[in-house]
Write a protein that binds this ligand. Structure first.
Ligand SMILES: Nc1ncnc2c1ncn2[C@@H]1O[C@H](COP(=O)(O)OP(=O)(O)O)[C@@H](O)[C@H]1O
Ligand SMILES: [Mg+2]
Length: 308
């Protein structure tokens, strides 16, 4: 559905995109994940035709964003980072206005507005001025305006930023609902967003794509992320020496202490194997084991590894 090839973009001497390539398939919900300043907004502006790339190309539904800008815009709904809403306009007037700009009128427009109001849960708010609405409801209006022309693709820039936890939950549910029928691309700098909403993440750092995959694929790709937490009672110097000597252990750290039980964190080795070896070592030396826990890499660790 979307194919970006080696896209670059600079603002003066700032190189915002340094050769970004990716593919997004029809029906996917994809997250552009990256720290602030990574280039997410810049990429979104290029693929929604708000800005042109310096070099490289972007195809949307087989159409080049530069050569077929108008056709591409008809197929894309866009909710920018700070949604451009008119505070003193009632919701319904705003949607009529946006629909008019998209070339929809008459009974078709009325029908469309009725559908969108139902879909985004704006029933109680249609006659209210946008400025009176909570941030969560303003975001619903933003989604409704992006969908008015029935685009196949929805592009959302940080759609839950600034919302409270309940509003975040509601907007994520709405995005997932919309994503059942459409291709959705959303940007975010927070990981839980990807886990909660997306099928796949494209991780962007410093203007480059550094990884792409489903949350579980990304976690599996992380090297050395496996760790074991063990709470052991025994002669400390000896315990440390023998644990460090376990095959595959790349690091050993004391992370806590509770009376004479010491809490150790070990890294390295294959999943499962490390915990088993720690257990065998404890038994062989007749120490006592208060806790043994296997921890797999979190998406946070993978993200930190990839973007720093
Ligand atoms: N209009 C602009 N003028 C100059 N620099 C910009 C402009 N917009 C973005 N940048 C810079 O480009 C880089 C990427 O920005 P942006 O695409 O907004 O990243 P993100 O959305 O991931 O936070 C940053 O270093 C940012 O400061
Ligand atoms: Mg941004």
């Amino acid at each position: 559905m979307i194919q970006a090839d080696n896209v670059t973009k600079s603002y003066g001497s700032t190189r915002a995109l340094r050769g970004v390539s990716f593919t997004i398939n029809k029906g996917e919900i994809v997250g552009f994940l990256g720290p602030n300043g990574a280039g997410k907004t810049t990429m979104m502006k290029i693929l929604t035709c708000y800005m042109t790339a310096d070099t490289g190309s972007v195809d949307v539904a087989g159409l080049d964003v530069f050569d077929n800008s108008l056709e591409v815009r008809k197929r894309i709904g866009y909710l920018p980072e700070s949604a451009p809403l008119y505070n003193d306009m009632p919701v319904v007037d705003f949607l009529k206005f946006v629909g008019g700009m998209r070339g929809i009128s008459g009974s078709r427009l009325h029908e469309r507005i009725r559908e969108l109001v139902g879909m985004t849960g704006l029933e109680g708010a249609v006659t209210k001025c946008i400025g009176e609405l909570s941030k969560g409801y303003r975001q619903r209006v933003g989604l409704a305006q992006a969908l008015i022309h029935e685009p196949d693709i929805l592009v959302l820039d940080e759609p839950t930023s600034g919302l409270d936890p309940n509003q975040i939950k509601e907007i994520r549910e709405l995005i997932r609902e919309i994503g059942r029928e459409k291709t959705v691309i959303l940007s975010t700098h927070i990981l839980p967003e990807v886990n909660a909403t997306c099928d796949r993440a494209i991780i962007i750092s410093d203007g480059r794509v550094v990884a792409s995959g489903s949350p579980s694929e990304l976690m599996a790709r992380s090297g050395g992320g496996n760790s074991v937490i063990a709470r052991i009672r025994g002669p400390e110097a000896d315990v440390e020496k023998r644990l460090s000597a376990i095959q595959g252990v790349s690091s050993l750290r004391v992370i806590g202490r509770d009376e004479n039980i010491v809490r150790y964190e070990l890294h390295g080795g294959k999943t499962g194997e490390l915990a088993e070896r720690v257990f065998d070592t404890v038994v062989a030396n007749k120490w006592s084991l208060a806790e043994l826990r296997q921890e797999s890499a979190t998406l946070e660790q993978v993200f930190a590894e990839l973007t720093t």
